[in-house]
Ligand binder design. Structure first.
Ligand SMILES: Nc1ncnc2c1ncn2[C@@H]1O[C@H](COP(=O)(O)OP(=O)(O)O)[C@@H](O)[C@H]1O
Ligand SMILES: [Mg+2]
Length: 248
């Protein structure tokens, strides 16, 4: 069924296998517009696959995926491009072009995908870089960025096309606690100030509980718990309770 207008992303009984291996089994969840869903789970449980399905880099074997009012699993390439334009993706490795400067990494997609003038592109790139705290670093090459800067650069690249929905795959992994919480702050800012819808895959329960409104716990491709932090804490699934609990 078509979800209502307050739902930004909806998975309905989505299953995905690679060969004989079922990676997601009938996964269903909704993300309300302007809210954040955090997906938690051990390695190899289908978290990244879930994000890739959301932006149709992968197609499910069964089930429906709605992005706002579009059911994307049956869309043709052209319509899919229109829907994808609503979505920003912060990849785990930041996905920057190593032979371009930071500035160029942000300006290129704008030049390719929008009708903006050179001046408009320039002011937007500078604005986004300022927002993530990299305004002074626009001429440097990706290889010169530290881990935390690289994540922020990846975020800037995801944000520069002004998406309504942001998918972030382990935005804080490999970062120290302080740098990780800076990234969480930036994500929060997008949600609160721009009413952006977020789906964040994370191992960091501190960050998840700051940013998330709802939590989806995946275990071996099954959604074993879904709801608010309080709801997941009182789940009868041991893995779910462990993953949502703050370490003492
Ligand atoms: N393109 C692919 N081809 C084959 N197997 C894949 C592919 N992508 C992911 N997988 C497998 O699917 C499972 C879930 O992967 P993934 O979603 O990346 O896990 P994680 O929860 O750690 O993000 C893993 O066993 C992985 O090896
Ligand atoms: Mg992953």
């Amino acid at each position: 069924m078509n979800p209502d207008y307050s739902t930004a992303v909806s998975f309905q009984s989505v299953s995905k296998s690679f060969g004989a291996k079922e990676v997601l089994h009938q996964v269903s969840f909704n993300v309300a517009a302007g809210q954040a869903l955090c997906i938690l789970g051990r390695s190899g449980t289908g978290k990244s696959v879930t994000l890739r399905l959301t932006i149709a880099l992968l197609r499910p074997d069964a089930g429906k995926i709605w992005i706002e009012q579009d059911e994307i699993t049956t869309l043709k390439t052209e319509e899919l491009s229109r829907v994808r334009r609503k979505i920003g993706f912060l990849f785990q490795d930041a996905a920057l072009f190593d032979s371009f400067t930071l500035y160029e990494n942000l300006a290129l997609p704008l030049a390719r995908l929008t009708n903006k003038s050179k001046e408009e592109i320039d002011s937007l790139v500078v604005k986004v870089l300022r927002e993530v705290g990299l305004a002074a670093d626009k001429e440097i090459m990706p290889s010169q960025l530290s881990g935390g800067m690289r994540k922020r650069a990846g975020l800037a690249r995801a944000l520069v096309l002004e998406p309504k929905i942001l998918l972030a795959d382990e935005p804080a992994s490999g970062l120290d606690r302080i740098t990780a919480s800076e990234i969480d702050e930036l994500l929060m800012q997008q949600k609160v100030e721009r009413h952006m819808t977020l789906i964040v895959v994370t191992h960091d329960v501190h960050g998840a509980r700051r940013v998330g409104d709802r939590f989806a716990i995946l275990d071996k491709g099954h959604l074993v718990a879904y709801g608010t932090a309080t709801e997941v804490e009182s789940s009868d699934n041991d893995t779910a309770r462990q993953l949502i609990s703050l370490p003492c």
